[in-house]
Design a binder for this molecule. Structure first.
Ligand code: FE
Ligand code: FE
Ligand code: ZN
Length: 304
């Protein structure tokens, strides 16, 4: 039987913690998931309820979710590439240290991190700042930090495999560093994802395929090389359904967790309440058949 490790971004609340995340993942028929340990746009973090963690782990076991495939995403506002404001830079380092501790308590092995934006310092200095910060963070035993490949929006670092590799080269504890590919970002940064085997070969030569610990599965609203970073629902963007299926079912990536971060669907296309698409997208992925009525199906499902 074909083994597919697939999940999505799910919520993590102060009240329920990871237990709520597992329940949400199960409601979408996922066998893994990714969450932020609090709001992604801020760094306030609640104390972890160990009893709830135990319950979450039990629920995972009962439902064949391997915790080794579960991912934490570090908040995207911490920026390790810019050290102009030393207080901010040190805060980011300390926050990430705490995030590693939280991951350890929760039993999570992989943390996805946006490398950062140099904001005018230049790529080289930005990379050096990231290296210094990560070497500080990785002094302690703990989970692996997975650098996400970025779209190259603004002054983002990590838009090429070479940049990611420059960072890895500077890390002392290389065991504890991995990579998270993001299909939307790869496209937006200028990589051709239509021949994924070729792209993987390129990645393999520069970094090494064994470094890939997670893949974010997203379609893109924009053409290749536009550096926009706007995710689209599976099959509704410029990547297209079949190209995404080919990535998901690539033999070389069989053991790598696939995580959806596609946009929520609104009822009227406006700014009203939105609904998660994941249950429907995952069903479509498992069937390997595009559903052109997906968005309508999601709206109808949530009407009742
Ligand atoms: Fe990300
Ligand atoms: Fe991503
Ligand atoms: Zn993105």
């Amino acid at each position: 039987m074909e083994k597919l490790i697939i999940g999505s971004h799910v919520s993590y609340t102060k009240e329920e913690g990871m237990l709520g995340s597992v329940k949400e993942a199960l409601s979408y028929k996922e066998n893994t998931f990714m969450f932020y340990t609090g709001a992604p746009q801020n760094t306030f973090r609640a104390k972890i309820d160990e009893d709830k963690v135990k319950k979450a782990k039990e629920l995972m076991k009962e439902n064949d979710i391997d915790i080794n495939n579960v991912i934490i995403h570090a908040p995207y506002i911490i920026n390790l590439a810019n050290d102009k404001d030393k207080d901010k830079y040190n805060f980011a380092i300390n926050f990430l240290k705490e995030e590693l501790k939280r991951a350890k308590i929760l039993g999570i092995k992989n943390i996805v991190l946006h490398p950062g934006s140099h904001v005018g310092l230049g790529v080289e200095k930005g990379i050096q700042n990231i290296i210094n910060a990560l070497n500080e963070v990785l002094k302690e035993e703990g989970p692996t930090i997975c650098l996400e490949t970025m779209a190259g929006k603004g002054t983002e670092i990590g838009k090429t495999f070479e940049e990611i590799n420059e960072i890895i080269k500077g890390i002392k504890n290389k065991e504890k560093i991995g990579v998270c590919l993001d299909t939307c970002h790869l496209n937006d940064s200028g990589y051709d994802i239509t021949n994924f085997d070729e792209l993987l070969e390129k990645f393999g030569k520069i970094i090494g395929i064994n470094k890939i610990k997670c893949i974010h599965i997203n379609d893109s609203k924009n053409e290749k090389g536009t550096h926009k970073d706007r995710h689209e629902n599976i099959g509704f963007g410029k990547l297209g359904f079949q190209n995404i299926i080919n990535i998901i079912y690539n033999e070389k990536l069989k053991e790598v967790p696939k995580i959806l971060e596609t946009p929520y669907i609104s009822m009227n296309g406006g700014k009203d309440r939105t609904y998660p698409p994941y249950k429907f997208e995952i069903e479509m992925i498992k069937n390997k058949k595009f559903n052109p009525n997906l968005l309508e199906d999601i709206r109808n499902y949530n009407k009742s």
